[in-house]
Design a protein around this ligand. Structure first.
Ligand SMILES: [Zn+2]
Length: 248
């Protein structure tokens, strides 16, 4: 069967193969086209896979609004597309340990920390929380290295992989471990700080470091590659996505 499939697909990436993909409505595709350059740079067959994954992601997670937010199709599509973009190089793209996605209108007081948050990822409750104004500006401003959706979803992906025994998880965690190991090099540390490229928050702990790297990777890949080529390569490997090739 595998041989037959690869024969049919030529060099297409088997890990993303979908036999009968879900079809997406034109209006929904238009939302993705308008907001995700990543999607526009995909081949036609990869676009179908992206859409299929977005639909499956929406089906597999519970979206709920707080403080007056009514969840719209557009919200679901923007959140799901961000998750699908993040995981597009991987076989797994659902976050089974984070079934609940909660949306507040703006900064809110967290039930966990009792402090004001733009968003959070709570592995114990299995929830990812976004403030919608911050989420939207993360999507709309594509090159300021701030993307709340990518930031929180990267935490969720990481926690999910820590609790999951899959091959995809093992590969990701191995590569992240290698990255952290490499970061012990004082020369590289100095180079990163001197570049001024990553915001200081990245150095809070390894979780924030990962999320901030991913925000930079998707928002300003050319600058990332130029300023910190070695780190860029490691993130590229970890996510199995080559953005520079895609947008060339
Ligand atoms: Zn964070």
């Amino acid at each position: 069967m595998i041989e037959l499939v690869s024969l049919l697909l030529g060099s297409a990436n088997l890990s993303r193969f979908v036999l009968f993909p879900y079809d997406m409505y034109g209006a929904q595709k238009a939302i993705i086209r308008k907001n995700f350059a990543f999607y526009n740079n995909l081949s036609e067959s990869d676009k179908r896979i992206f859409e299929h994954r977005v639909i499956r992601f929406i089906e597999a997670h519970n979206f709920s609004g707080r403080e007056g937010v009514v969840i719209t199709k557009k919200m679901e599509i923007l959140i799901a597309s961000t998750a699908v973009m993040l995981t597009f190089g991987m076989r797994r793209y659902l976050f089974p340990k984070f079934k609940n996605i909660i949306v507040y209108p703006k900064n809110y007081v967290s039930k966990v920390t009792k402090r004001r948050h733009k968003g959070e990822t709570n592995p114990r409750a299995g929830t990812i929380v976004f403030s919608w104004d911050n989420f939207l500006s993360g999507v709309e401003v594509e090159d300021d290295n701030l993307n709340l959706g990518l930031h929180e979803l990267t935490h969720a992906l990481h926690f999910n992989f820590l609790m999951d025994g899959s091959f995809t998880a093992a590969v990701f965690l191995d590569k992240f471990k290698a990255l952290l190991e490499r970061m012990k090099d004082k020369k590289l540390q100095r180079k990163i700080v001197k570049s001024g490229y990553l915001r200081e928050y990245a150095f809070t702990n390894k979780y924030e470091f990962l999320s901030v790297l991913v925000e930079h990777f998707f928002e300003t890949p050319h600058e990332f590659q130029k300023k910190l080529p070695e780190v860029y390569e490691m993130v590229k490997d970890m996510l199995n996505i080559d953005l520079l090739k895609m947008s060339a």
